[in-house]
Design a protein around this ligand. Structure first.
Ligand code: ADP
Ligand code: MG
Length: 707
């Protein structure tokens, strides 16, 4: 997979994570701030409730306080010896006061002995001793103490009804002595009914506490007469006499964790508490959050689904693209093989001819060792070898798989050379003509691909003319500077027209002939890959191809290639007329092939060198250690055993500085590496003249060797 594809898949992964993480983070934030908001609201609400309850309690206590003061005044106005006689009158007064105050259960006036002087309930008063009750006893020895709030008690009189707590005050004689107590029995019910009304919601909590933690009344109503554990959260705060505040804690009474607000009543030893069940606060928050989830979860799931889908689609798309690329590569390879097959047919034929020339000439030489006939045979052998060399080089260049390697070439010269190749590849009943092969029309293309394309066009023309005919290759130039040309191309172009006068192409088929594997030829004759290669090459080179055809008359393919204004790379090295070694000069030849070694030794001897021959790299290195005065080393690259000529050249470069090396090779994978390393390469087979030029070059540029 390509990096770009991997990148976009990675991007999709990121989007996927974002699609999950962003909603989660947002939701987390919303939940957190929602929780705080719920908490704040609960706080405001309990504080408000507490304030209402505390207002109410304050009023009640003030009313009671006033009633007690009133009773005290009434009793004080009566001389103590008249009191028993005026009990009915007092009773009526007390009864009247209680009737006006719903929070009061009863009102009592006690004498110093703990017996009732008068009360609002019974007349005459019961003859009971109340001096053990807290509301009475607490006043005896504490003259300073004003208002006393008692525990929640059970009435002593069997018929006196519900539980109560008392509020009492000491009665003082004119001289300040203890004269008794005025006591009000309060109904916790009264507070609880009020708390029921203002704390109707689930989880609401209200309580009236004495400042030491005794619970006087509470909502929800439960067993009264409980006292808060001083270790409990609220109990410990009350112990510090804190005026008011808000806290969270678990109630030791019912085990519920609550948020509570408390406040002390001004002037009275009483606290009012309002609270709210934490579980209820959380439940409300949860319900609110649920609303968000109801929308958020399906939206997020949908989003993630869409991204996953896109991801799967993209991956499938990329897999397909990769598969297609592989298929295209395979197709290109098949196209090459097909053209190679076409080419080798011609080459083999040509090669056999050359071998015949060489063999025949050698036989002639055996008969006539001297004279003009011998010279003629030698010339023929020379020519044949040169042509064979050119042929094998072409084959090698073609067989080497490589990507488009553009070179600037002059088409006039190139096509003239190509004609030579064609003459060998096509049948003798096909006459090849060239037109317009003028110099100066250059293109920058891969020459190997161009050769395959032209060969494909020529072979198609041959097949279209089973009984022979004319094949015309014409070179022209066209400019589409003013308007677009065929296929939308623009600019300056060179056009190669390949025409035949064969069978032509059916109009219906004309659109299909460029498709890969489209062929009208019988199996074994055509693969349908020729024109698709030509088309691919033309497009890749920035040009296009056009076809004109008339059934029965012939076909013309026009190959448009962008014209190049670049200058041609000079390929021919300067020639030096002759070279003769200085007397006594020595050369080291490394070659594993006996015949080649013989020829090379012959060449070197002719050039005036004394030759030492090594069969392999090890031997050569040994010789180099013993003899120091070689002019240069000529070595084959491919050699049996571990070390190659390239290894030898590198060793020489590092250990025998200044000693030039020429590397010879027929065809080797390592030739490219040798060229990159800056060694002089001599292509096999080489002639005396090329060898001479190579020697001149390395002797002239020893610095290149030590690069
Ligand atoms: P192949 O030669 O293997 O059939 P090509 O792609 O080279 O595949 O050609 C595709 C088809 O186009 C041929 O089968 C033939 O029908 C048609 N064609 C190509 N060139 C010519 C031509 N010069 N004259 C007539 N028909 C041609
Ligand atoms: Mg073909």
């Amino acid at each position: 997979m390509l990096t770009a594809q991997r990148d976009s898949l990675r991007q999709l992964w990121l989007i996927l994570w974002a699609a999950i993480l962003v909603p989660v983070v947002l939701f987390g934030y919303t939940a957190w701030s929602g929780y705080r908001a719920a908490h704040d609201m609960a706080d405001r609400q309990i504080v408000r409730t507490r304030d209402v309850a505390s207002e109410h309690a304050l009023k009640v206590f003030e009313t009671i306080d006033r009633s007690i003061a009133l009773v005290d005044e009434i009793v004080r106005a009566i001389p103590s010896d008249e009191l028993p006689a005026r009990e009915p009158e007092l009773h009526a007064r007390l009864k009247q006061i209680v009737a006006q105050s719903p929070q009061m259960k009863s009102l009592w006036v006690f004498g110093a002995n703990g017996r009732s002087i008068a009360n609002s309930l019974l007349l005459p008063s019961p003859s009971l001793d109340f001096s053990d009750r807290d509301y009475f006893s607490s006043h005896i020895d504490t003259p300073g103490k004003d208002l006393f709030i008692g525990d929640v008690l059970r009435p002593r009189l069997p018929y006196a009804g519900v539980d109560f707590f008392s509020i009492s005050r000491r009665r003082n004689a004119p001289d300040g002595r203890f004269a008794g107590v005025i006591q009000v029995s309060m109904l916790p019910e009264y507070f609880e009914t009020f708390y029921d009304r203002i704390g109707r919601e689930d989880g609401a909590y209200l309580a009236l506490l004495r400042d030491d933690g005794v619970i006087l009344a509470r909502h929800p109503a439960g067993t009264a007469a409980l006292r808060l554990d001083p270790q409990s959260p609220l109990g410990s705060v009350l112990a510090t006499k804190s005026e008011s505040g808000v806290l969270t804690g678990m109630s030791p009474v019912d085990g519920v964790t609550r948020r509570v607000a408390y406040a002390r009543l001004p002037n009275y030893p009483v606290y009012v508490v309002a609270g709210y069940d934490m579980a209820q606060i959380r439940a409300a928050w949860g319900r609110w959050l649920g609303g968000y989830l109801l929308f958020g979860i399906p939206a997020t799931v949908a989003l993630v689904g869409v991204v996953l889908l896109a991801q799967r689609r993209t991956r499938r798309f990329y897999v397909e693209a990769t598969r297609r690329q592989a298929a295209e590569a395979a197709l290109r390879q098949a196209q090459r093989l097909e053209a190679l097959g076409q080419l080798t047919g011609g080459v083999a034929h040509d090669f056999n001819n050359l071998l015949m020339v060489i063999g025949g000439s050698a036989q002639q030489l055996r008969k006539h060792r001297d004279g003009p006939k011998a010279a003629r045979s030698l010339d023929m052998i020379d020519t044949a070898v040169r042509r064979a060399t050119a042929l094998t080089r072409k084959l090698l260049a073609f067989a080497r798989r490589r990507a488009l390697a553009p070179k600037v070439i002059d088409l006039g010269g190139y096509l003239a050379e190509f004609r030579e190749v064609l003459t060998r590849s096509l049948r003798s009943d096909i006459i090849i003509r060239c037109e317009g092969l003028v110099p100066g029309l250059a293109v920058e293309i891969d020459p190997d691909e161009l050769e395959v394309a032209l060969l494909n066009l020529a072979v198609n023309a041959r097949d279209a003319m089973p009984d022979g005919g004319d094949l015309v290759i014409a070179l022209t130039s066209r400019s589409f500077a003013l308007g677009p040309g065929p296929d939308g191309i623009g600019g300056d172009f060179v056009v190669i027209r390949v025409s035949d006068n064969g069978v032509g192409i059916d109009p219906q088929m004309r659109t299909r002939i460029f498709e890969p594997f489209f062929t009208t030829k019988e199996p074994g004759k055509g693969t349908g890959l020729g024109l698709s290669q030509v088309y691919g090459f033309a497009k890749q080179s920035g040009g296009t191809i056009e076809v004109e055809s008339e059934s029965g008359k012939g076909t013309t393919f026009a190959l448009y290639l962008p014209r190049s204004r670049k200058s041609l790379t000079p390929v021919v090295a300067p020639v030096h007329e002759s070279h003769q070694a200085p007397p006594g000069a020595k050369a080291l030849l490394v070659e594993d092939n006996k015949e080649v070694a013989e020829i090379a030794t012959g060449y070197l001897t002719q050039l005036g060198y004394a030759v030492t021959h090594a069969w392999n790299v090890d031997e050569a290195l040994r010789l180099l250690r013993d003899t120091r005065d070689f002019e240069f080393v000529l070595s084959d690259i491919v050699m049996p055993g571990g070390l190659s000529g390239l290894d030898l050249a590198q060793t020489v470069r590092s250990q025998h500085k200044g000693l030039p090396v020429i590397l010879a090779t027929g065809y080797s994978e390592r030739a490219e590496a040798a060229r990159r390393d800056g060694f002089l390469l001599l292509a096999k087979p080489y002639s005396l003249e090329t060898l001479m030029r190579a020697i001149q070059q390395v002797l002239r540029e020893p610095e290149k060797q030590s690069a």
